[in-house]
Ligand binder design. Sequence first.
Ligand code: F6R
Length: 612
Amino acid sequence: MCGIVGYIGTRDAFPIIIKGLKRLEYRGYDSAGIALLNGDMTVFKKAGKVSELEKIVIPGETIANIGIGHTRWATHGEPNDRNAHPHLSQSGNLAIIHNGIIENYSSIKEELSKRGYVFHSDTDTEVLVNLIEEVQKTEKTTLDNAVRIALNEVVGAYAIVVLNKNNPDQLVAARKGSPMVIGIGEDDFFIASDASPIIEYTKNVVYLDDQEYAVINRNGTYSIRTLGNVEKSHAIQKLEFSLEAIEKGGFEHFMLKEIYEQPKAIEDALRGRMNASQGWIKLGGLNEFINRIDNAGRFIVTACGTSWHSGLIGEYLIEDLARVPVEVEYASEFRYRNPIINEKDVVIAISQSGETADTLAAIELAKERQALVYGICNVIGSSIARTSHAGSYTHAGPEIGVASTKAFSTQISLLTLIALQLAQVKGTIATSKLREILYELENIPRKIEETLLLDAQIKEIAAIYKDATNFLYLGRGYNFPVALEGALKLKEISYIHAEGYPAAEMKHGPIALIDENMPVVFLATNQSAYEKIVSNVQEVKARKGKIIAVIHKSDTQIRELADHIIEVPETEEILSPLITIVPLQLLAYHIAILRGCNVDQPRNLAKSVTVE
Ligand code: F6R
C-alpha cells in the first residue's frame, strides 16, 4: 500500500527516486509524485504509473541531491493528480509522503480549517503535513520535534518522510504500522518502504520499529528516537538478496519468473531443515518452543488471501499427520469477532509480506490473550516476523508480482515440515512413512520442473477460454484449497469471475451455473475419493460444462470425460498441492496476458496491504 522513497547525499536524487519508485510500484500504482529541494521546492505529481510521472517532469528542473517520492494505492480521495503525493503544507515549506491511513484526520482537519488552513486535496496526508506545520509554528520547535508531537496526536498507521525547504540537509522519517528501511551508504542515505530501491547502492540497512522516527542528516549522521522521545540505537543489518532477485531476468513478467522460480524457492525453503536419508526435520523456530507447541490444545492459523489458502492446506496437514485440532481464520474476521483464545493455543500467522495489517492485528490479539504466535513470513525483518514469538522464513526470495505464487508453495513446504516435525514429536507417524514423505518432498522441485514443461499446452487451453466470463474450480481434500487459490489467481489478474469449491459441494448450489459456456477446472489427482471425483466430473459433463482436468498420467476415467487434460507427475497425496497449483498459476497467467491485462500490477490491488 503505497511505496515511499527518500534520498539525501551527494548523488543526483531524481534517478535514484524514480528507479526506486518503479521497484516499489507493486505496492500501488494509482499515482506517483516526487519533491526535490534545490533552493526551492520542486514538485511533480501525476495520476497513473511512474511512467506517467516521468512524462510530465521538466528536464533541467530535477537537479537536486535531496528528495522524496511516492507511488500511491488510494485510500482517502480518488486517484487523481490532486490527491497524488507529495503534499505540501500551507506555507509550501514542508513536503510529505505517506503510506497508511490517519483515522482521525477529519477532526484534525476541522480544527486546522478553523485556524485558516485551506486544503487542496481530499487526502488525510495533507492534513498531517499541515498539522506538523501548525505544531512547528505554535511550539516554535524543530521539524523533527514537530513531527513527533504531531504523530502523538494522530490515530492510524503511517510511514512518512518529510522534506523541509528551510533545511535542505535533513530528512525526517517515521513509522507506525507501515514498513520503513533506511539504507546507509558511504556518504548518503536512502529511505524506502522495502529494501528494493536500496540494494543497488548499499547492503547496510536499519529497520525502523513501530512508533519511531529518524532524523537523517547530510553530514552522514542519523538518530532514531521513539515517539515518546527515547533515544534508540538499532544494529545495522546486511541485506541478503541480490539485485538480480528483484529484476525480471529475461522473463516478460515478474509473475511468470516467480512461477518458474518455484523449484528453487522450495529447495531454499527446505535447505538445512530436513534430511530424508537420516529422517530428521529441524525448524529452528519450532525447536525453540517445542514443549509449548507439543502441548498446544489446538492450532489457529490466521492469514489473508493466498496465505489463508496455504493455511487451509496447513490445517489438513497438521490434523492429518500430527492429529492436533486446527482452525483456520481470516485474520480480518478473527480480529473483530471476539474469538476464544488462551495460553494453550498456538497461533500460526502466515504472510508473504509480513506487513498485512489484518494479520498483524490478529497477532496482537493472540498475544494479548497469551497465545504463542508462530510467524511464517517471506520478507526478512518484516513486522510480523519481528512481532511473532517464534517462526520460520519461507526464503522464497523477493516476490514482486502482485499475484502471489512462489510464496504460496514455500508456505506449504514449511507447513509440511511443521506438520511432520510435530507428528514425529507426538509419535503419530511411523519413521518409514516420515522418510518416504521427506524423500518425496525432496523430489518436488524436480516434479514442478516437469510440470512447467506443460506451459505451451496450458497456453493453448488459455486461448480457448480467454473470453469466458465465469470459471469454476473444483477439488477435494488437499486439492480443495488449491481450487480456491486457482480461482483467486484467475480473478485477480484476468478480471474473470471465478469460484473455487469443494467438488462435492457443487451439487448444493453452484451446479445451477453449469451450462455449455462454463469452464470447470477439476483438480483430480486424488488417490483417495477418486471415484467420487469421477462422479462430480460426470455431473458437470451431463450439463455440458467444459471440463479442464488436472490428472495423473495413470488416470483412466477422467481423461475420457474431460475436454482438456493436464497430466501432472504423481506424488504423495499430502504433497499434491505443490504440483497441482502450478498449471493453475500458468492458466491464469496466460488468460490474463491474452486478455491484455497487466499481470504484475492488476487493477485496484497492491502487493502489501497495510491498511485494515
Ligand atoms: C493474492 C495475494 C493476496 C495476498 C494477501 C496476503 O495473490 O497476493 O491475496 O496473499 O493480501 O498477503 P500477505 O501474504 O503478504 O500477508
